[in-house]
Design a protein around this ligand. Structure first.
Ligand code: PGA
Length: 266
């Protein structure tokens, strides 16, 4: 089965100093954890310092975004080779806040995904419906569109290595978590599409993690669902003990013999 993958998305929180203090405490809290892949995503400025603080630990670092060009006159942008060199093994792409507040389209998500893969950075691609879309019965159609357009041009091999985060927009930062059954339905649907479009190997190996108000007291229930392979945790990852608790509760969720992880650290 798939090794649980737990990533903390710090969003626009923590200065470099605060991020390093967290990283040092966190690495010692999780040092004996096995069977879970653990990732933290600090703001760009802190990626390098956090990667240094977590060097030779079982915690990997992700950036929260990237721009698809390698370099050039793109004021304010950061490229995949830059985050890679700074120490990021992963990058979050297409978060709903990027889509909603910064106008990111499915096509932009696709370009970013291809750029991350070209630089050998592991994408964590976010998809998910708004409340309006869910209430209009469009959830699965929205997921189809986002997955199809976002993953356009990827090979089956790269899809096998991907992390897809299902994050219903109405559950992000609202305290309104999807039920385990709602999460499972969406995850199973996405996995079915991956099977149809990229084949069984890709579908069986791709991690599909849930995001949206994940907390220490709801992670166990979510992660026991067969198609929920972990979590992308926002608010609750800002507190080092809270995030540690989530990691602990995800341990061995898929049974003792997990497949080798993506970070090569678990
Ligand atoms: P939340 O955020 O856990 O604060 O709801 C999740 C996310 O946006 O990735």
């Amino acid at each position: 089965m798939r090794t649980p993958f737990i990533a903390g998305n710090w969003k626009m929180f923590k200065t470099v100093h605060e991020a390093v203090v967290y990283a040092k405490e966190f690495r010692s809290l999780v040092k004996d954890v096995t069977g879970v892949e653990i990732v933290v995503a600090p703001p760009f400025l802190a990626v390098h310092a956090v990667a240094e603080a977590l060097r030779n630990s079982n915690v990997a670092v992700a950036a929260q975004d990237l721009y698809w060009e390698r370099e050039g006159a793109f004021t304010g942008a950061v490229s995949a080779p830059m985050i890679k060199e700074a120490g990021a093994e992963f990058v979050i792409i297409g978060h709903s806040e990027r889509r909603r507040l910064f106008g990111e389209t499915d096509q932009a998500v696709n370009r970013k995904l291809l750029a991350a893969l070209a630089a050998n950075v592991g994408p964590i691609v976010c998809v998910g419906e708004t409340l309006e879309e869910r209430e209009a019965g469009q959830t699965l159609a929205v997921l189809d569109r986002q997955v199809r357009a976002g993953l356009d041009g990827l090979t089956a091999e790269t899809v096998a290595d991907l992390v897809v985060a299902y994050e219903p927009v109405w559950a992000i930062g609202t305290g309104k978590v999807a039920t385990a059954a709602q999460a499972q339905e969406a995850h199973a649907h996405i996995r079915g599409r991956l099977r149809q479009w990229f084949g069984a190997h890709a579908a069986d190996h791709c991690h599909i993690v849930y995001g949206g108000s994940v907390k220490p007291d709801n992670i166990a229930e979510l992660i026991q669902e067969p198609d929920v392979d972990g979590a992308l945790v926002g608010g609750a990852s800002l507190d080092v003990k809270g995030f540690w608790n989530i990691v602990m509760k995800s341990q061995h969720a898929q049974g003792p013999q997990g497949t080798p992880g993506k970070t090569g650290k678990s």
